[in-house]
Design a protein around this ligand. Structure first.
Ligand code: ARG
Length: 569
């Protein structure tokens, strides 16, 4: 199935050819629906090149435009814009097609990529905090969308399970560990021994020295230290898994930093041999002297003490993804502070002539009500677990107020769908680079651009079907559009297939979120203006079919964002 945008673009280029003009023309959704549904400014650009008047050129295109099966006669507006308004019968035909299409009109990509998405990627022996929501939820949504569009996706958790902090963790483990505390809350105990060791190390050079020894021993493969490290990783992974289960996140592979450890010496040798890396004050570095912003920011791939860096691991990670996993596209989702790091990594890959598309997909921060980074009263990061638990508790209270006769198991299940959906949607409905204020009241509200509002629209439709005593079939009778509100809703439903592929242009799931919000608004306007159950056949079945399509788009759209829908709430 083609979208209206694609169909009209084709007709437009045919008209351009007929008018003796070059066929390329941009056709976009109208910015103001009063002037139509789609528009093009092609006449403005062409007229400028050819020194003609734009309105006259637009007229010559309109004269030979053949689209009477799709739209009304195109209208010329302003300086020479051409506006197109869809015909009701074309919309009816399109909707009948959408209703039968399992993909709701969304085409599979013609250029499928082999993508690896690196997202979430928390660090061992540190708690997952509220900040991890962004990369985790954004990466998951992008993975779902890319998969739906027909790309081959591997989801990789690049866990921070190696590095200098383990010297301190191991020393703390040997000297400070409280076994009982470790059993009751492992991550809290790991954090405590890490912090205490760090403080002691700052004050006592002997402790600092001892930590370095522990690290060297770990890196040399000492059995005792290796076993401690393994236990720390296992405890942390267990904690991560719990969060992923509540969030509904899954990974295909989890290659932590330690996985690349054996590969690091060869990387440094290779870059030195090819002349890309050089020695500088005892360290091995890659310089970017020809790139002004990076000229004074070399990438250190081996420190003067012989240790390797985060960057070295990431160069090995590029190798693994391209060579072992056979990927042609790499998406890395992390916060904006890592921009310089990935700029360097991607530049090194380019210099090594690695053929792949690399994208660093960055995001902003989550703020507290005071518009500063979200922290607890005592100034700590807010634990992710606490946020997720509270989301579910709060959602449960709301359901109890709304619907007191629901049984316990159903209430718990729905509270999870609504609470977690609210947290995810609050994040995904923002442009990813924007910092946003975390507000329980706003995200759990049934009004406004929130998950509960969208879930509620879906639930309302299901209750219409229950009252109707039927679930309309997907290949429902012909849909006919007479009321203005029906047409607006119909156009929105057709836009789903245009919106979904566009999300990946700049990795913006918020475009989908905002679309779903507008769809729900259009549905409510339709439901106010057009009686469904009280109307006569065939209007009744046509309107039920519109309800059904709306529910399917809401369901699918929320699913692409990683958000569930309850059948009741
Ligand atoms: N563990 C890192 C952090 O918490 C994120 C890792 C991102 N991925 C990567 N390939 N470096 O900041």
């Amino acid at each position: 199935m083609e979208t209206f945008q694609a169909l009209l673009a084709l007709r437009l280029s045919e008209a351009l050819v007929r008018a003796g003009l070059p066929p390329a023309g941009d056709l976009t959704p109208a910015t103001d629906s009063r002037f139509g549904d789609y528009q093009t400014n092609v006449a403005l650009g062409l007229a400028k090149q050819r020194e003609e008047t734009p309105r006259a050129l637009a007229q010559s295109v309109c004269d030979v435009f053949d689209g009477s099966d799709l739209c009304e006669r195109p209208q010329i507006a302003g300086a020479g814009f051409i506006n197109f308004t869809l015909r009701a019968d074309a919309l009816e035909k399109q909707l009948t097609g959408l209703a039968k299409d399992e993909r709701l009109g969304v085409a599979r990509t013609e250029a499928p990529r082999r993508i690896v998405i690196d997202f979430g990627s928390p660090n061992v022996a540190k708690p997952m905090h509220v900040g991890h929501i962004r990369s985790t939820v954004l990466g998951d949504a992008l993975a779902r969308i890319a998969t739906f569009l027909g790309h081959d996706v591997i989801r990789d958790n690049h866990i921070g399970d190696w590095g200098t902090q383990f010297g301190m963790v191991i020393w703390g483990w040997k000297n400070l560990l409280d076994r009982a505390a470790l059993t009751s809350d492992p991550i809290a105990e790991l954090v405590r021994i890490y912090k205490t060791t760090n403080e002691r190390g700052t004050a006592e050079p002997a402790v600092r020295e001892a930590c370095r020894d522990e690290l060297v021993r770990l890196q040399a493969g000492d059995q005792e230290n290796f076993a401690i490290w393994q236990e720390c990783v296992a405890l942390s992974m267990h904690e991560f898994e719990r969060a992923y289960q509540v969030l509904g996140i899954r990974y295909d592979i989890q290659r932590g930093e330690s996985f690349y450890n054996d590969r690091l010496p060869a990387i440094v040798e290779r870059l030195q041999a090819s002349g890309l890396a050089e020695e500088s004050e005892g360290a091995i570095c890659v310089f970017f002297r020809d790139i002004p912003e990076l000229a004074d920011k070399p990438c250190i791939i081996r420190k003067s003490d012989g240790g390797y860096n985060y960057a070295t691991t990431d160069i090995a990670t590029v190798d693994y993804r391209l060579d072992d996993l056979q990927r042609d596209t790499v998406w890395i989702v992390t916060g904006a502070p890592q921009q310089l790091h990935f700029r360097q990594i991607f530049e090194i890959a380019r210099r090594e002539d690695r053929q792949a598309d690399f994208h660093h997909i960055t995001h902003g921060s989550i703020l507290g009500e005071d518009r500063k980074l979200m922290k607890t009263r005592s100034g700590e990061n807010v634990a992710l677990k606490d946020v997720l638990d509270e989301a579910i508790v709060r959602a449960r209270k709301i359901i109890e107020e709304k619907n007191s006769e629901m049984d316990e198991a159903e209430r718990a299940a729905i509270a999870q769908i609504i609470g977690i959906g609210a947290v995810k949607y609050a994040d995904l409905s923002q442009y990813r680079m924007t910092d946003y204020v975390f507000s329980w009241d706003r995200m759990l509200s049934f009004q406004g651009n929130t998950a509960p509002y969208l879930q509620n629209a879906y639930v309302r439709i299901q209750s219409i079907f229950r009252k109707a005593g039927e679930q309309p079939a997907d290949d429902a009778d012909k849909i006919s559009l007479s009321d203005a509100a029906e047409k607006v809703l119909a156009k929105r439903l057709c836009q789903f297939a245009e919106i979904v592929p566009a999300i990946l242009n700049d990795f913006r799931p918020n475009v989908l979120a905002n679309y779903l919000f507008e769809l729900a608004n259009s549905f409510h306007a339709f439901y106010e203006a057009c009686p469904v159950l009280k109307s006569e056949k065939p209007t009744r079945s046509s309107r039920l079919a519109l309800c059904k399509l709306t529910a399917r788009v809401l369901h699918r759209g929320l699913d692409l964002l990683g958000i569930g829908v309850p059948e009741r709430m």
